[in-house]
Design a protein around this ligand. Structure first.
Ligand code: BTN
Length: 249
């Protein structure tokens, strides 16, 4: 791989997030140090799910960021900048309907094209280091139907250089993460909402308790909760993992 920034490449590993966590516990790598692989035998997704990816086709990496001084109540900022970095990098491919499905899944035409798994090292009320694991489906041509997934190749019919895409996402992410100005953060929140999947539309919601109802997606608040309005005009907020939702036809 022709990569210029500080990184560790390994042909195969269980999970780049695990490797990055190991590195972080042994040495203090520089901010932005990136662990990259071509194949994960136990790729991790959110909520304990598995991340499937064909060998040598996609982007699988974890960025070590820190030392940070992110207050726990601002942790969602890490999800916001990670999602936006991928959106910005993918926008140049002119994909149709490129959106962020709350909290941080990236979709193209209703199918998942990228996922993010963030693991934090917390001291007191502060996130000191963060491992931002990113998987982007780049040149893979087939996915099991059950994954509802797509790739850059399936969307554009063109093979994409993975190194260039990685450099782009990484650069955007590090730039946004270092943002310390409140005004710039407001702009980033607007940018996130402009790409929010199904914003202002009717969705079918299923809570973890098994309740199913229709509501309109309103916004994501600063704590990272999804704010919705039910058909009888109740305003509700849900945290990650508390609900699943999909388009209501
Ligand atoms: C999700 O959508 O559920 C999150 C998927 C995150 C996958 C990436 S691939 C690189 C990094 N290493 C992992 O084990 N997971 C993340």
């Amino acid at each position: 791989m022709n990569i210029k920034f500080p990184h560790f490449y390994i042909e195969e590993t269980e999970s780049t997030n695990d490797l990055a966590n190991d590195l972080l516990s042994k040495i203090k790598p520089p901010n932005g140090f990136t662990v990259i692989t071509d194949y994960q035998s136990a790729g991790k997704g959110q909520y304990g799910r598995i991340w499937h990816s064909e060998a040598g086709k996609n982007l699988l990496f974890s960025l070590i960021v820190g030392p940070l001084n992110t207050q726990l109540n601002e942790i969602f900022k890490l999800h916001l900048v990670s999602s936006l970095a991928i959106i910005r990098a993918l926008k140049r491919f002119n994909l149709l309907a490129l959106t962020i499905k709350w909290p941080n899944d990236i979709y193209a035409r209703e199918k998942k094209i990228a996922g993010i798994l963030i693991q934090n090292h917390i001291k007191g009320s502060v996130v000191e280091w963060s491992i931002i694991g990113i998987g982007v489906n780049v040149n893979q041509q087939q996915f099991p139907d059950s994954l509802h997934a797509t790739s850059l190749f399936l969307e554009t019919k063109i093979e994409t250089c993975r190194e260039e895409l990685l450099e782009n996402i990484r650069e955007q992410l590090l730039l946004m993460i270092s943002c310390s100005n409140e005004y710039d953060w407001e702009l980033l929140w607007k940018e996130y909402h402009a790409s929010l999947y199904l914003k202002d539309q009717n969705v079918s919601i299923l809570t973890k308790e098994g309740n199913n109802f229709i509501a309109i997606i309103h916004s994501v608040n600063k704590k990272g909760a999804l704010c919705i309005q039910t058909l009888d005009k109740q305003q509700l907020e849900f945290s990650f993992g508390d609900i699943k939702y999909e388009k209501y036809f």
